[in-house]
Ligand binder design. Structure first.
Ligand code: HGY
Ligand code: MN
Ligand code: MN
Length: 424
């Protein structure tokens, strides 16, 4: 088995979710902390120096030979690769870890080439692991890279709460971080010359007939062109909690009924707009009893579209509909924006470099837009970033069925090695 698959096999038991299937590895949970330990050990075995910065991001440094300069100077403009280890609830084995494991496997190859003299490095290389990319515990996607880039107010980040009511500040403190130091980190940003993230493809872009030959096989790797703008909004619908048996149907103000109509309205509104995607994947009635009419229902909406103005218009339309629906049910509704990232176009020069290097390994590797958010998307506002996607035969992601074939994972590493070598 090749290195990247050996590395992934080593963590396949970590954070398994027996109820949902797949993996549930929220940031700073024991599962994600175990993965951080795994990463740190694997990096140190490769002679990389592992550090955690004040925002909780892990950096495994393959420094240049010591030239007497202070380390921060020697690292300025470094080449960085990596991804995340946290997952969505019941997520797949590859979303995040494939990028981290592929980066470690790529370091193996590059270090061998340097020893053999076929790699002349001009800059340091780091493998980074970003916390809370999924936003599954604290509700804001890419929280770690947002803090690093100053894309979220530290006070807002620190006050975010998980489902148990723990604040991000408390959890960060419990994991050795000082909340007072969190936020945009110019010195660390200055060490990033380019960031290249390899990620499992979350969609069927590599499997459309445009890219598959007669044998149904097409390129296993794609270069990313852009990331769809995407955001998360929370609806809180309030009604009258009551007894399921003693409350006549005409006497009810039932937020669950309003929520059900809102879910259908979200689907209908997005389906009417080309390229729009809107999802209600999470709904929480309070108190949530079988014989109880809920007093309130929270539901979270994920909306995405290539044009940020269209996303905003969709949200406004759905908000207006939610108010009418709630009023019809004698309820009230409150809308809160929880997270938003505008559409990102990756750095053109870096993208061209990735296209050139990938063509050596995977002829006809296409450039794909993605509907999934990534730390590379958040960092794109501060440093040149680019991405490589590895074929996922079904295209299914954020699900236990997410999959990458061993050979394709190896092709992803080969493409990453060539990409990094050209950039080093
Ligand atoms: O939600 C996303 O697009 C990403 O997987 N965090
Ligand atoms: Mn994801
Ligand atoms: Mn991801």
């Amino acid at each position: 088995m090749n290195t990247v698959n050996t590395l992934l096999a080593a963590i396949q038991g970590t954070g398994r979710d027996e109820r949902r299937g797949g993996y549930t590895r929220p940031v700073y949970s024991s599962a994600e902390l175990d993965l951080r330990e795994w990463f740190t050990a694997e990096a140190q075995q490769r002679g990389l120096g592992v550090e955690q910065d004040r925002n909780g991001i892990l950096w495994a440094w393959w420094d240049m030979p010591d030239d007497g300069r202070p380390r921060v100077q020697a690292r300025r403009g470094a080449l960085v690769t990596g991804s995340h280890l946290d997952s969505v609830p019941g997520g797949g084995a590859f979303d995040g870890p494939l990028g981290v494991a592929s980066a470690l496997a790529a370091v193996d190859v590059l270090q061998t080439r340097e020893k053999e003299g076929s790699l002349q490095r001009n800059r340091a290389l780091a493998v980074a692991v970003f916390p809370e990319e999924e936003g599954s515990r604290f509700g804001v996607a890419c929280l770690g890279s947002r803090l690093l880039a100053g894309a979220i107010e530290p006070a807002r980040a620190l006050s975010l709460r998980d489902a148990e009511g723990n604040t991000f500040a408390d959890v960060a403190r419990a994991n050795g971080l000082n909340p007072d130091l969190m936020g945009r980190d110019e010195a660390t940003l200055a060490t990033i010359g380019d960031f290249v993230e390899l990620h499992v493809e979350q969609g069927r872009g590599l499997n459309t007939k445009e890219f598959t030959d007669h044998a149904g096989r097409g390129p296993a790797v794609a270069v990313a062109g852009s990331i769809l703008g995407h955001g998360r909004w929370r609806f809180s619908i309030s009604g009258q909690g009551n007894h399921a048996g003693t409350t006549l149907m005409a006497d009810r103000a039932d937020p669950m009924v309003a929520a059900a109509q809102l879910v259908l309205a979200v689907r209908k509104t997005a389906a009417a707009k080309v390229d729009a995607r809107a999802t209600i994947g999470r709904l929480e009635p309070l108190p949530g009893g079988t014989n109880v009419i809920a007093s309130s229902v929270d539901l979270w909406m994920d909306v995405r579209h290539p044009d940020d103005a269209v996303t905003a218009a969709l949200v406004e339309s759905i908000h207006g509909q939610s108010q009418k629906i709630a009023a019809m049910e004698g309820c009230t509704v409150r809308l809160t924006e929880e997270s938003y990232s505008g559409t990102v176009h990756f750095d053109p020069a870096l993208q061209r470099s990735l296209e050139r290097s990938t063509a050596r390994t995977v002829p006809r590797a296409p450039v794909l837009a993605t509907g999934a958010g990534h730390d590379a998307g958040v960092l794109a506002a501060s440093v040149p970033t680019g991405m490589l996607f590895v074929r996922n035969p079904s295209g299914i992601s954020h699900s236990p069925e997410e999959y990458v074939e061993d050979d394709d994972a190896q092709l992803g590493v080969d493409a990453l090695v060539d990409a990094l070598q050209d950039l080093l």
